[in-house]
Design a binder for this molecule. Structure first.
Ligand code: SF4
Length: 381
């Protein structure tokens, strides 16, 4: 069970951290003890092995920083108001924001506690562990709402729960006829791939729930890589096994200062994801989470990076840059500024070539005319 030792031998306490920092010849700040008391720490030995130098993009995601104690304007514990989207009087394991889909909260545990996490307020807090009854009530809620067609199983990390429990959850969800999609949101392929490669029982559970006909809900995995150094032979082997089961995998990335707020880093990341057969689908502007202010960039930084990627790499590998609106307003794609004047007045618009070939006017369809149609183009003299 070597994969279990990777978690067991990771760093969890201030003493572990102090010893490890001394080994790295890095400064030990006593205030880190407060940081860990406030926001749990777990860095497993695999993720530690990816660190190349002090404060690199891997270090920053995993190693606690005294900056987490700083307060910044607008940052709150629950900026997306997830608690407000728990149905009134309903199960605490359901977050129901959008009409046709819900999040099912099944675990507070993760293979690593990311320092920038949106759910910093609850991950790693044993008191918030959802019970089996809470989870089953969540599934009953989904079964009784026919407009829900998509469930994201999340946490924490669903791959940290026992295989038997995951099997029960997937089995119960598969019975719900109105579901099209069951998504598992997990960072395990990135931060603890050995779990997937070595835990045969886990793979058997997934295999059991692969759709057999169009009537069965499709099983997807949403994973989370943020830096090219997370793309390793081990993570590839894990992803390969999931793909061999026929599970489509998408990736979301969070834009993080000092980690990936740079076009070259982002290009290497999306190219690495392409080599693994993973579709990068979202680049998130970092949420306004208390304790993560030092990770936040200007909104424009993500726009700049996505503009740089536009026309410069495979379209399929370009994530959509989104801001998750505070207060649960939903994900909003940021306009990259390549089009102007497209509106409901039906007069077309101007698009700008992402590969430096200037602008062109694109007309809306116009009525049929006899002979060669002349299109309206205000740019033509
Ligand atoms: S794995 Fe996901 S839920 Fe867990 S700490 Fe990291 S970002 Fe948060």
């Amino acid at each position: 069970m070597a994969y279990r030792d990777i978690l067991k031998n990771g760093i969890r306490t201030f003493d572990d951290l102090e010893k490890w920092l001394i080994g790295q010849k890095a400064r030990v700040d006593r205030r880190l003890e407060q940081v860990i008391a406030k926001y749990p720490m777990r860095v497993n030995t695999y993720y530690l092995s990816l660190i190349e130098k002090v404060n690199d993009g891997i270090w920053k995601q995993a190693i606690p920083d005294v900056e987490e104690l700083e307060h910044y304007m607008d940052l709150t514990e629950d900026p997306l108001d997830e608690e407000g989207d728990i149905p009134l009087g309903g199960p605490r394991t359901i977050i129901h924001r959008y009409p046709d889909r819900v999040l099912l909260f099944v675990s507070i545990e993760c293979a690593m506690y990311c320092r920038f996490c949106t759910r910093k307020r609850k991950v790693g807090d044993d008191l918030k562990t959802p019970s089996k009854e809470d989870i089953m009530r969540g599934i009953e809620y989904i079964a009784s709402h026919e407009d829900i067609r998509d469930v994201l199983i999340s946490g924490g990390d669903p791959l940290l729960i026992a295989n038997k429990r995951l099997d029960e959850i997937l089995g119960a969800l598969r019975e719900i006829k109105h579901l099209d999609l069951i998504r598992i949101g997990t960072r395990v392929p990135c931060v603890w791939p050995q779990k997937i490669v070595e835990d045969q029982e886990f793979l058997e559970v997934l295999k059991k729930h692969i759709p057999r006909t169009l009537k069965d809900p499709q099983l997807f995995i949403n994973t989370h890589f943020n830096h090219p150094n997370e793309i390793t032979e081990q993570s590839y082997q894990a992803v390969k096994l999931l793909r061999q089961l026929g599970i489509p995998i998408g990736n979301q990335t969070v834009l993080l200062k000092g980690v990936n707020d740079d076009t070259d880093v982002m290009r290497d990341l999306v190219h690495g994801l392409g080599r693994m057969g993973i579709k990068p689908y979202y680049l998130y502007y970092a949420d306004f989470v208390e304790g993560t202010g030092h990770f936040r960039t200007e909104i424009n930084k993500g726009k700049e990076i996505c503009r740089d990627l536009c026309g410069a790499t495979t379209g399929f590998l370009r994530p959509v840059y989104v801001v998750d609106g505070q207060g649960g307003r939903g994900k909003v794609p940021v306009d990259l500024g390549y089009s102007e004047g497209i509106s409901e007045d039906k007069r077309g618009g101007i698009i700008t070539s992402p590969i430096g070939l200037g602008k062109v006017y694109v007309n809306d369809p116009i009525e049929k005319v006899e002979g060669k149609p002349l299109r309206h183009n205000p740019n033509r003299k």
